[in-house]
Design a protein around this ligand. Structure first.
Ligand code: 6GU
Length: 243
C-alpha cells in the first residue's frame, strides 16, 4: 500500500519510522512517502501562506503549491483517496480504517494556519484521479493535520496484511465487533490483594468466551452507550444463548 503525506513539517512524521509501522515500511509492506509542501513553491522565500480575502485572523494556505504537490503525488496512480484532516470532516472510525486499508494508494494533505484555500478542494474533487474525503479525529481542534495523520496511518497501516505479526489480535480488539475490548489480566493471580476473575483460571473456554463478551457489553454500555445501537444483533444473540 502506498501512502503520501504532504506537510510543511515533514519532521513531525518521523514517528512513522518507529515500531510496527516503521518495520512495515522497512519491509516494503507500506510505501510511505513524506513530502515537504515548500518544495512545490516557486518563489525565493518558499511562501506557502498569505492573508485571507475578506479579512480576519491568521493566514490561509496558497492554492498553487497544493495543486503542484498533489499532482506530483498522484501522477503514477489511476485512483488516489485524498484524506484532508480537518475538524470539519466526517469522524474517523474503525470502519473507515478497514475501508481505507483496502486502497492501493491514499494521500493526506496536512493543512496548517486557518486552512487551505477552498478552491483546492474543488479542484481536487474535479481531478480525474483524486477522491476527496475530509476526515476528523473528533470534536476538538488541533493546530494542523500532522498528529491526526499519525493516528490514521497507524490505524489503517496495522490492518494491511503482514503488518501485524499475529492477525488473531486484529479479530478480538476493541471496535472489531462494534464493542469495546474486554479486560485482560496476567500473572500473578493475586496482586496487591486483587484477584484475577476466577472464570479465567477455570480452563472452560466456552464460559470464558461468554464472560468476555458480557464484559464487552457491560463496558460499552457504561462508557460508550452510543455504540450499542450499531452492534450486530448476532453478537447480542450469541451472548444471550451462551448464558
Ligand atoms: Cl483531522 N485535524 C485538525 N486540524 N484538527 C482536528 C482533527 C483533524 N481532528 C480533530 N481535530
Amino acid at each position: 500500500m502506498r501512502i503520501d503525506v504532504i506537510t510543511i513539517f515533514p519532521e513531525y512524521l518521523s514517528a512513522l519510522d518507529v515500531s510496527l509501522i516503521g518495520k512495515a515500511r522497512a519491509q516494503g509492506l507500506l510505501d510511505i512517502r513524506i513530502h515537504d509542501l515548500r518544495e512545490h513553491t516557486t518563489d525565493r522565500h518558499k511562501t506557502v501562506d498569505d492573508t485571507p480575502y475578506g479579512g480576519g485572523a491568521g493566514m490561509v494556505m496558497k492554492p498553487e503549491p497544493w495543486a503542484l504537490a498533489l499532482e506530483a503525488a498522484v501522477a503514477d496512480s489511476a485512483e488516489v483517496e485524498l484524506i484532508i484532516p480537518s475538524p470539519a470532516g466526517a469522524v474517523f472510525n474503525q470502519q473507515m480504517a478497514y475501508e481505507l486499508a483496502e486502497k492501493e494508494h491514499i494521500a493526506f494533505a496536512c493543512g496548517r494556519y486557518e486552512g487551505i484555500d477552498e478552491r483546492v478542494y474543488e479542484w481536487a474533487a474535479e481531478h480525474p484521479r483524486i477522491r476527496v474525503r475530509p476526515v476528523s479525529l473528533g470534536d476538538y481542534v488541533l493546530n494542523g493535520g500532522e498528529v491526526a495523520v499519525l493516528a490514521m496511518v497507524e490505524a489503517i497501516g496495522r490492518l494491511v496484511p503482514g503488518v501485524i505479526g499475529n492477525p488473531e489480535s486484529l479479530i478480538e480488539e476493541s471496535h472489531s465487533n462494534g464493542l469495546l475490548e474486554y479486560p485482560v489480566y496476567t500473572k500473578p493471580a493475586n496482586w496487591r490483594g486483587k484477584d484475577v476473575p476466577e472464570i479465567l483460571l477455570s480452563g472452560n473456554h466456552a464460559k470464558i468466551a461468554s464472560w468476555r463478551t458480557s464484559q464487552q457489553l457491560r463496558r460499552t454500555a457504561q462508557r460508550r452507550p452510543d455504540l450499542l445501537a450499531a452492534v450486530d444483533p448476532e453478537t447480542l444473540d450469541a451472548q444471550g444463548q451462551a448464558e
